[in-house]
Design a protein around this ligand. Structure first.
Ligand code: G1P
Length: 312
């Protein structure tokens, strides 16, 4: 069922993609494919499934190719059609059919909070919720935002998605300090948040519950973003604005996601995402399964003791 609550989804996509150099010298990382579909189109699909009509893409001036991906490509479609390649026509046309993509420029890389703040003027005046989806994060199966909408209807305020990470991974994420008592709300694990800290050192994190790229924020987040100082890394952090709202009594809850997750933001997460999606792909799956199994066998034979090494 389409949910009318979220009309616009904000997708910050202005990052420099440093972990993907040299590929990202000319190709924005959001356009790197998972099998054959750019990560940002997978996000558009998730946003459309949620019922959103518009995707506000926060881009950098040199990343206009992202917007081009949401064009109609009529000449290309006509050529493909004349050659009877109807399956490909559908693939080309799909992004523009999924959702209306609108660009907002972030001219300097001042952080995730700053990127979200850039989207304020692009939201309709009647929109009181700011839905943010980070294109680096694939949260599987899709549908966690629908749960978050339900939680916001019930508890008000802001709702985020959390994922349990290993204790030595906390320094990569915004980490939640939560109240002990979790509520089982409509079958999913919901917790009230007492505070949030951006990328804490290992051993100093309040929990192992990490923010994973899906946010349903009250519009008051824009005001909070104007009131915070640069935080971790000298950047305007979305985490700090959320923490400020909590300290002022604003209710914030998390939905603890129990499904899968891929981090497309670095090769170490991007490659497993491709393997996972590739194995499930009806066209490439069987062949890929054979190829990967063979690669693993060969690799293990050439590297005795590799299993132990990989545990590190
Ligand atoms: C951002 C957020 C962080 C969050 C993470 C999820 O960090 O600042 O709080 O946990 O996304 O992927 P980034 O990955 O951009 O460094």
């Amino acid at each position: 069922m389409r949910n009318p609550t979220v009309k616009t989804v904000v997708v910050p996509a202005a990052g420099m993609g440093t972990r993907f150099l040299p590929a990202t010298k000319t190709v924005p990382k959001e356009l790197l494919p998972v099998v054959d579909t750019p990560g940002i189109e997978l996000i558009a699909e998730e946003a459309a499934q949620l019922g959103a009509q518009r995707m506000v893409i926060v881009t950098a001036p040199e990343k206009q190719e992202i917007m081009r991906h949401f064009g109609t490509f009529e000449d290309l479609c006509a050529t493909l059609r004349s050659r009877g390649k109807m399956e490909q026509v559908e693939k080309v046309a799909r992004a523009a059919q999924l959702i209306e993509a609108v660009a907002v420029e972030q001219d300097r890389p001042l952080g995730l909070g700053h990127a979200v703040a850039c989207a304020e003027t692009a939201l309709g005046v009647d929109e009181d919720v700011v839905a943010v989806m980070l294109p680096d994060d694939l949260v599987l199966p899709a549908g966690v935002m629908e749960k978050m909408v339900r939680v916001r209807e019930e508890f008000g305020g802001s709702v985020l998605c959390a994922y349990n990470v290993l204790p030595d991974e906390v320094f990569n994420y915004g980490i939640f300090d939560v109240e002990d008592a979790g509520a089982d709300f409509e079958g999913f694990d919901v917790k009230r948040v007492r505070g949030m800290v951006e990328k804490p050192a290992v051993g100093e994190a309040p929990s192992t519950l990490a923010a994973t790229g899906r946010y349903l924020l009250d519009r008051s987040i824009f005001d909070a973003l104007r009131r915070i100082q640069p935080g971790k890394g000298g950047e305007i952090q979305l985490t700090d604005a959320i923490d400020l709202l909590i300290s002022e009594g604003h209710p914030v809850h998390i939905v603890v996601h129990e499904g899968g997750r891929h981090d497309l933001g670095n090769p170490g997460g991007y490659i497993p995402a491709n393997v996972d999606f590739g194995l499930r792909d009806p066209k490439y799956g069987p062949q890929l399964y054979r190829a990967i199994s063979q690669i693993l066998r060969d690799f293990e034979a050439a590297n005795p003791g590799i299993e132990e090494y990989a545990q590190r």
